[in-house]
Design a protein around this ligand. Structure first.
Ligand code: NDP
Ligand code: OXD
Length: 308
């Protein structure tokens, strides 16, 4: 019998029905458990909240399957020698597209001026068309590409930046250290959808925040560490950056006394840009277990040397 250890007990209520169903639909017969003798476990379903952090005793385990897309809290775990797969799920991408498009349109259309207008100002200034507002996505992976396509479909001129060169129809694709400055220069909306790695930490810093058009908007649904907080606050205070909508932070929950909470040009959302939805995530987990049992390659393997 295949034993699947669900090592994220705080999420069990969401998965207790949908994961067995997904396993059955995938044709996998498995014992899904919350506790087991480590040497009897074939697969571990993992989330950062999981108390399990030492993987050495799981000698039979064929893969650790993350419910999260971002794996920075497990990828460097020295006790983890088993393959690590991250969450790639159409529902996660759908949620991220909605958050990114929604917040981009808020700033593009200047909605705040009309939603909060205590002095009843009749200000008929019209925003430019989307085609006149360049948007840059740092990160052209599963989520970045989905967002790039959605924004391009609304006519925004979209530039995407990735580590390796890419071709995405309708998107200006740049890559590598040499592509970063060109990707940011003159952008009016900058969206960060990169993983947190040594290569991406503080990618937005005092130097790079000076490159977008004055008054540009930053949206960060990626990870807090992608942005140098102090540099962002200075850029907001000087007007170089007009607004920052931030979903992720170096410390979460964001401490109550953090200056982001009180800054008039910062919107804080509580790491809700895209949630892992249990019914579809369960299907992703079940498919990888089916593959493992059939001796097929796992989907969405993390590259430990790259860190994502
Ligand atoms: P992917 O791994 O599919 O994409 C990552 C992208 O970042 C790729 O385009 C990759 O380049 C690029 N990249 C990585 N390192 C560098 C670098 N050093 N320089 C330039 N580009 C780099 O990840 P996803 O799109 O699935 O997810 C992105 C991140 O979104 C997650 O890691 C997570 O942190 C965050 N996230 C946030 C959520 C939220 O609710 N706020 C929900 C889910 C995810 P290449 O294509 O060449 O590999
Ligand atoms: C994730 C996240 O990485 O929710 O899945 O941030």
């Amino acid at each position: 019998m295949t034993t699947v250890l669900f090592a994220a007990p705080s999420l069990w209520d969401e998965y207790r029905d949908v994961l067995p169903k997904a396993l059955t639909e995938a044709g996998v017969t498995a014992d899904l458990v919350l506790e087991a003798r480590p040497e009897e476990v074939d697969y571990i379903v993992y989330a950062p909240s999981a108390p399990l952090q030492v993987f050495t005793p799981f000698t039979r385990c064929k893969a650790v399957l993350s419910l999260w897309a971002g794996v920075e809290r497990i990828v460097g775990n020295q006790t983890l020698t088993q393959p690590l797969c991250r969450m790639v799920d159409p529902a996660l991408a759908e949620g991220m597209v909605e958050w990114v498009v929604g917040h981009s349109l808020r700033h593009h259309l200047g909605m705040d001026r009309h939603i909060v207008n205590p002095n009843r100002n009749w200000d008929p200034a019209c925003p430019p068309l989307a085609r006149e507002r360049p948007v840059t996505l740092l990160g052209l992976g599963e989520l970045g590409t989905a967002c790039a396509r959605a924004l391009a479909a609304l006519n925004f001129p979209v530039t995407g930046w990735s580590r390796s060169p890419k071709t995405v129809p309708g998107i200006r694709c740049l890559s590598g250290d040499e592509g970063l400055d060109a990707a940011l220069t003159d952008a009016q909306i900058v969206i960060t959808l990169l993983p947190k790695t040594q290569g991406t930490e503080n990618v937005l810093n005092a130097r790079t925040l000076a490159l977008p058009r004055r008054g540009a908007v930053i949206l960060n649904p990626g990870r807090g560490a992608l942005i140098d907080d102090e540099a962002l606050l200075a850029a907001l205070d000087s007007g170089q950056i007009g607004h920052a909508t931030l979903d992720v932070f170096r410390t979460e929950p964001l401490p109550k006394d953090h200056p982001f909470w009180s800054h008039p040009q910062v919107t804080v959302t509580p790491h809700i840009a895209a949630d892992t939805r249990a019914p579809s995530a369960a299907r992703v987990i079940a498919e990888n277990i089916r593959r493992g049992e059939a001796g097929e390659p796992f989907l969405h393997l993390v590259d430990r040397t790259l860190g994502y």
